[in-house]
Design a protein around this ligand. Sequence first.
Ligand SMILES: [Zn+2]
Length: 255
Amino acid sequence: MRYEMMLPHQIRAAIDARWPVVLPVGVLEYHGEHMAVGMDTLAVIGVIERLEKEMDLVVLPPFHYGAASYAVEPPERNGTLHVDAEALLPFAKAMFAGLLRIGFRNIHIVIHHQTENFAAGMPTDLAFRLAARQAIFAFLEKERGEGWWGNEKMANYYAKESAGDDPFNWIKAHPLLTAEAIEAYPFDHAGLGETSLTMALFPQAVELAKVGEDRWYARSATAASEDLGKRGVELALAHLRKALAPGNLAPQSAD
Ligand SMILES: [Zn+2]
């Protein structure tokens, strides 16, 4: 369900049933002359819309305003809208603090932008991941007081951590395409992989005739197809199905 459309009784039911709460994250960035600037966020939105047809989800309003960077093109008349990670951090921290206050304990960010080496991270996802950690620490200190971790009640922390019952699992970040998916599907910027993905999800956001030879990263897009894009969608769905599956949930903590 779209969060902004939910009634309070539906929100309470979703909290009690530990529905995954998903925030699509991306950027507005120049993706060649042939594709919409929202591609990265649109890819996540499209896949999450499909996932929601098969499992219960709370879908937060997507966040498009990530740190796109001007690495690809300068913004003037090209459309890239870059917001520094320093500005994202306090926003994301406040938003996560708010979600924890509401009662959500099963929050997932799904991002598609510069995620080819997700373990190392890039400014947008690092800002959201750091904000999530900081929000959880602040929440726990406020709720349980300082020394919460050293308390005898936490003696089985390391066992719980491996089992998933750990407050730091309350907010998780996932790339749309994992390292395994990238082995089976072309990962690029505005090339064959991204253009096909967009054709499968939002065909109105691609004009294939406008693919130019002048930009190296977009050249491969001439071979893009909806069929290839559907394979990418399936790979993303397979990974998110597992990452958000009920069996993967941290049980509600006792306090
Ligand atoms: Zn992209």
